[in-house]
Design a protein around this ligand. Sequence first.
Ligand SMILES: Cc1ncc(COP(=O)(O)O)c(C=O)c1O
Length: 357
Amino acid sequence: MINVTKTYLPDKKKYKQYIDEIYASGKITNNGPLLKKLESRLAQYLGVKNIVLVANGTVALEIAYRTLGLKGLAITTPFSFVATTSSLVTNGLLPIFADIDPESLNINPKNIEPLITSNTSAIVATHVFGNACEVEKIAKIANKYDLKVVYDGAHAFDVRYKGQSVLNYGDISTLSFHATKLFHTIEGGALIINDDALVEKARYLINFGIKNQEEIPELGTNAKMNEFEAAMGLCVLDDIQEIKQKRKVVYSRYAKELKDLVVFQKQNENILQNYSYFPIVFESEKQLKRVQEALNKEDIFPRRYFYPSLDTLSYIEPKQHMQISRDISKRILCLPIYSELEEKIQNKIIDILKSSL
Ligand SMILES: Cc1ncc(COP(=O)(O)O)c(C=O)c1O
């Protein structure tokens, strides 16, 4: 069975050595030595100032909102994974959607400004499939109206924008290190925080709000990453260049073979991308379903990602209708892409696509 992605498992011996270290120290969670090591290696590798590791990408978003003290309304994208929206709702924030650009698939900055009211506290945007948002335009709007900017960078690990990590834009960017991601820690996530003064607050928010033995100044939660997860991250990080290089080969093959058949996401011209997804946009949902069925028959399971559009979620009030996002979400499919995808399987996928279009 071929799925849209396959978890990268690093060398077992290397992982076992870390497990031996964990057993020797007896420290399995609570800001342990492997977590600290991973934080410092990741900060250096990504080129970011402050990184706080957490239990997953969903809680990373929640901690970001709480660290920034967001209230009221947040302008956000309807075309993302459900966690971008649900994390707002669970934190008492009202998602107000701004429709996307049909080519980049990211929030369209032009649609943000007309939605801003005195109750708006933030813009929450996603670098969809690792494609950088129009970060400068978004920063300009945020400065004009004194709004915070949170980027859901779950897909943007190692994406460079104008020579530096795209995660350095916005007040906070979040990452997901779920097993399906380019870089993973089994389950995990991170916050990239620009303002040094906020790092300490985020650290105690992930530890029940406890600042020290006497003070619990905030309503916190438990969002800590454990040592077994950090160990996995250290192993995967050793191999990340090779993983990326292999994905680039798969990505380039799809790009070459499918360019006249389907529409691709338009990449921001200032980025170096990470090859983590290969989304294709069909003419119609009917065409998508035909291709999906043909692939499924051969035990190949691409993913309808992101589907459905988040403005259709039943728990969203007030009701909103994002025409472009609804339309794209019905016509987009992410093809299998991972470092170990064999050329012969990929050729089969390409052949099925060609013959069913
Ligand atoms: C865009 C986006 N945001 C947030 C998340 C949530 O991350 P996690 O699964 O680590 O909670 C994901 C994960 O799949 C995602 O793709």
